[in-house]
Design a protein around this ligand. Structure first.
Ligand code: GCB
Length: 845
């Protein structure tokens, strides 16, 4: 099969060398792998805490023909996490630190021709105090996870040696509706021993391929040197401007020719005419017009792949983000694959891009140097994309300072100082290297940033705000923003992160903070959106996060995953994604019925609130082909109380242009005697319904007991609801174990007479060192249950003791999910009564 994506008939040649590498963790057992590759795609998600951070060895044999011996051969690595040492035929040719930017080495002098050469790469993803990120809420998968390229160049070529950039930079000395100009700064390398005359031709074409401007200059290259040249293209009258609504792109070709006119090297880049500015009172301006930035953050990993994600899948992300209606992406917290920035040019998405200096910095020369070098690579490699408008360099850099309790006050003061110094150096560098761009920094909710004045450095400040999740309420967002704006009226601000965790298996009719329900996710996102829309001075907001992503230490309802995605880890949308489409996509008509649960159980009532999203004003709703009512939408949303019948109910919502259909299975029951199911499952200690896809049953929300149904008997103790925020070590059904009732003696379930299997779920909630999920981004909560034995109780079913002296801390390891299954016959219509009789401490279930 032949698949031609792009070709250029020139002398220089680039080919990827991704397939058939040998990989080993110990230099003894080798396996064949393809790039992209990581060795952590599985162990970052297994039950054990921690993932292998250490060495990985790669090897590949490459043949070089003597026909190419006059060329310069470069090995280019687009990203290796995080420390890479490269060898050719056993000789070390270089080392690179930092896992998210490209680097290359000229390997020409190490090559043997007409034979196979061995390329070896030793990769290390161990913690290294001198390489950012030191600490962050995402998994640092090790490996060669972006393309490896072999680039063969003639003696004269665009230099690859300026921090692995393409060897040219596009500047726009002037852009307006009337006219635009383009200036190219290029670095041309000549490896010949003599000076050489070349010609550089610039060809600007419009989106239809018509030539708009050309320019050619003869350039004299000095022997064995890299020379910088500046070329100015003639002015373009009435240029078509680039914007998210109309991402009009020109193309510029840079063609290097020898004295005979033959092409020796060539480059192509997108040209987008646009200008940006940011204002503390009115927010972001693109091409002189205000534009509210609404979009997402993105992390690069993907379920099953770690960070070694096929490019085709990554590109789908950008399509999904555009299709949501976003006009901005923050590529967090590090530079992502460059192909994606090119897509942002093409689809019309403004970009914030940054380097991974996250949570804290090390006060060492090496750390400062690596950070500065990383930012240089970042600025130079990502400079030419018209979509890139914001360059950042730090995220929540005082997070550790705020949460680490160990440091003395003097140490803290010291930390503030050197962190500020690094920030200042990075800011100055960014302003110098990237004029026409906006510098940015993201902060966490803490006064430290104001107090140290670090927040005054960048041109735009992003606040990562988790009101209504880690703290306070959704409405407190506006109060905070107004207060900041009042105190710092000259500071441009946006919300660079916000969002709650959500699990598609979790649904709540009365959503609340930290319940992981999709309904709460919708409440928070819509609440933020309205508050941001109401404030002109807020530049915009980027949701945390586009997709769920791997964060090894996290223990939420999905182990090792940060669940704040608008889409799941496999990119299937959560419902809030469709809501965003309703408020952000104006052009295409859109309607969607939210599907929170495939099966609903309605107790004592046949009504259930159905949520609909649309960008239209009204729709008609039909239930089982019968017209129910007109629906009016406000802020993209409407909630309708729909009467359900037992069995499948078909809902249809129709606007003038569009319709959506959803089938929901309903069990409408007054007492458990009518329950048509073989199974009844109850999620004790919480208001959420949990769809257990493994057992094919929904664990229903807890309730106070009423006759004929189920629930806890409030008079039997405090019956307090509790949530434990940790991974269950032996189960992936975290949501069933993580919620519980504490100090409750009696739980009743009025099931009819019959023979049953009753399964009770337990976990000891108290660990030796209590974990605090609020910004606890460390592993320090890892502990065992040793020495906890304060909780002992008996368990009875209908007054018959089934477990005596139940002591979880003594009999099980920490975070162990315990199930106890009993066979029970129910006679005489007495139903089931679960008795929990405390001997020591409080009972839990
Ligand atoms: C933040 C961090 C981000 C985390 C996020 C969270 O503020 O910048 O890296 O993943 O919070 O989910 O807590």
């Amino acid at each position: 099969m032949l698949c031609v994506a792009y070709s250029y008939l020139g002398f220089s040649q680039t080919k990827t060398i991704n397939s058939g590498w040998q990989f080993s963790e110990d230099k003894t057992n080798w396996q064949t792998v393809n790039i992209p590759h990581t060795w952590n795609q599985d162990d970052a998600f297994d039950d054990d805490l921690g993932y292998r951070r250490g060495l990985g060895y790669y090897q590949k044999h490459i043949f070089f023909s003597s026909e190419t011996s006059a060329n310069n051969h470069y090995l280019k690595f687009n990203a290796v996490n995080q420390d890479a040492t490269v060898y050719v035929n056993g000789k070390e040719i270089g080392n690179h630190k930092g896992g998210y930017t490209a680097f290359n080495f000229n390997i020409s002098e190490y090559i043997n021709y007409d034979t196979y050469n061995v390329i070896e790469v030793t990769v290390d993803n161990s913690h290294n105090e001198d390489i950012p990120p030191l600490d962050a809420d995402f998994t640092f998968y090790g490996g060669i996870y972006r393309d490896v390229e072999l680039i063969s160049l003639p003696k004269q070529h665009f230099s690859l040696e300026d921090f692995a950039s393409e060897g040219f930079y596009v500047n726009y000395p002037h852009v307006s509706k009337e006219k635009a100009s383009i200036e190219i700064t290029t670095l041309l390398k000549n490896t010949a021993l003599n000076k050489v005359k070349t010609a550089l031709e610039l060809v600007l074409t419009d989106a239809d391929g018509n030539v708009v401007k050309t320019h050619i200059e003869t350039l004299q290259l000095k022997p064995q040197s890299i020379d910088e040249f500046k070329l100015l293209l003639p002015e373009i009258k009435h240029p078509k401007l680039w914007s998210p609504d109309d991402p009009y792109l020109y193309k510029l070709q840079l063609i290097l020719k020898d004295k005979t006119g033959a092409i020796v090297d060539a480059k192509t880049t997108n040209i987008g005419f646009r200008w940006v500015s940011v204002d503390a009172k009115k927010g972001f301006y693109l091409n002189g017009e205000p534009i509210k930035l609404i979009g997402v953050n993105r992390h690069q990993d993907y379920e099953g792949y770690g960070n070694a994600v096929p490019m085709a899948l990554q590109k789908k992300d950008i399509e999904l983000i555009k299709d949501m209606g976003s006009n901005v992406i923050r590529f967090a917290h590090y530079p992502h694959a460059r192909e994606l920035y090119k897509m942002c040019d093409e689809l019309g998405i403004l970009v914030w891009t940054e380097i991974p200096v996250v949570n804290k910095v090390t006060n060492s020369e090496a750390f400062f140097e690596t950070s500065i070098k990383m930012q240089k690579e970042h600025l130079k490699q990502y400079y030419n994309y018209p979509s890139v408008v914001m360059f950042g360099y730090m995220n929540e850099i005082f997070l550790r300072l705020a949460f680490d309790k160990k440091e003395s006050d003097a140490e803290k003061e010291e930390r503030k100082k050197y962190t500020y110094q690094l920030a200042k150096q990075l800011e100055d560098l960014t302003r110098k290297e990237a004029p026409n761009h906006i510098t940015v920094m993201a902060l966490h909710f803490n006064e430290l940033y104001n107090e140290t004045k670090i927040a005054d450095l960048s041109m735009l400040v992003g606040w990562n705000l988790y009101f209504g999740w880690y703290h306070d309420t959704i409405e407190d967002l506006g109060v905070f923003l107004d207060n900041q704006h009042q105190r710092y009226p000259d500071r441009a601000i946006m919300i660079s992160e916000y969002g709650p965790g959500a699990d598609v298996r979790v649904s709540a009719t009365q959503p609340s903070r930290y319940d992981y329900s999709q309904q709460y996710q919708l409440l928070l996102h819509s609440g933020y959106y309205n508050q941001v829309e109401a404030r002109d001075y807020v530049t915009g907001m980027t949701a945390w996060n586009f997709a769920d992503f791997g964060s090894e230490f996290r223990g939420e309802t999905i182990p090792h995953v940060n669940q704040k995605g608008l889409v799941q880890y496999n990119r299937e949308p959560k419902e809030v994604y469709y809501w965003y489409q309703s408020v952000l996509k104006e052009k295409e008509p859109h309607i969607h019925i939210a599907n929170y649960e495939d099966t609903i159980t309605l107790l004592n009532s046949n009504q259930y609130d159905v949520t609909l999203f649309s960008n239209q004003k009204k729709a008609k709703l039909y239930v089982n082909d019968i017209y129910l009512q007109n629906v009016a939408f406000k802020d993209g949303m409407a909630i309708v109380a729909v009467p359900f019948v037992n069995g499948i109910n078909t809902l249809k919502a129709e606007t003038e242009m569009h319709s959506d259909v959803l089938q929901i299975k309903a069990n409408v029951i007054k007492t458990l005697k009518e329950n048509p199911n073989q199974k009844l499952a109850i999620n004790i200690g919480t208001h959420i319904n949990y769809s257990d896809d493994v057992n094919g049953v929904t664990f229903l929300q807890d309730r106070v007991y009423t006759k004929g149904l189920y629930g806890y008997v409030p008079s039997s103790g405090k019956c307090e609801k509790k949530l434990v925020p940790f991974n269950i070590s032996n189960s992936n059904q975290e949501a069933i174990f993580q919620t519980m009732l504490v100090d409750c003696q009696t739980y009743k379930v009025d099931i009819p007479n019959g023979s049953y299997k009753v399964t009770l779920y337990f976990v000891e909630p108290d660990l030796k060192n209590k974990a605090n999920i609020v910004f606890n981004l460390s592993n320090s909560d890892e502990t065992s249950n040793t020495n906890i034995s304060h909780r002992v109780f008996d368990i009875s079913l209908n007054d018959k003791t089934v477990v005596s002296q139940f002591n979880m801390a003594k009999a099980y390891s920490a975070k162990y999910g315990i199930t106890q299954t009993f066979e029970v016959d129910i006679n005489n219509n007495v139903g089931l009564t679960i008795g929990l009789n405390a001997i020591k401490g409080d009972t839990v279930i």
